[in-house]
Ligand binder design. Structure first.
Ligand code: THU
Length: 131
């Protein structure tokens, strides 16, 4: 799947964001190795620290559906600030995805592609996950 196509699915998902506190709506689209795509959005909470990012929403939905092998993720947001995955999401993605995993981020300049390894060069692992 082309990065632009996956990014369009991420953009569609941000319509479902629950972001009344930050006002920053985020959508993610996670492409599984079997070709299926899981969408996620950020889900905020009145107890702010309980909020969940779009990337983790998508990943947890995929894992709960039995997928643990992933090919790429795309992220889009409502604001000017491009939604590069936060540190927590990088570590959670690293549980299942190798450093070569493409991360497509929709920016005002278009879709920019980086990798999980570039975003999280010194990953922590206990040997139970991907590495
Ligand atoms: N957020 C995401 O969902 N993904 C990102 O990549 C960056 C931040 C959310 C968390 C919170 O609901 C809002 O954006 C503002 O930080």
């Amino acid at each position: 799947m082309e990065p632009a196509e996956l990014a369009a699915l991420a953009r569609a998902a941000l319509d479902r964001a629950h972001a009344p506190y930050s006002g920053y709506r985020v959508g993610a689209a996670l492409l599984c190795a079997d070709g299926t795509v899981f969408a996620g959005c950020n889900v905020e909470n009145a107890s702010y620290g309980l909020s969940n990012c779009a990337e983790r929403t998508a990943l947890f939905a995929a894992v709960a559906s039995g997928r643990t092998a992933f090919a790429a993720i795309a992220v889009a947001a409502s604001g000017e600030e491009p939604p590069y995955p936060c540190g927590a999401c990088r570590q959670v993605l690293a549980e299942f995805c190798g450093p070569e995993m493409p991360v497509h981020v929709e920016t005002s300049r278009g879709v920019e592609t980086t990798s999980l390894g570039a975003l999280l060069p010194c990953r922590f692992g206990c040997g139970g996950g991907h590495g």
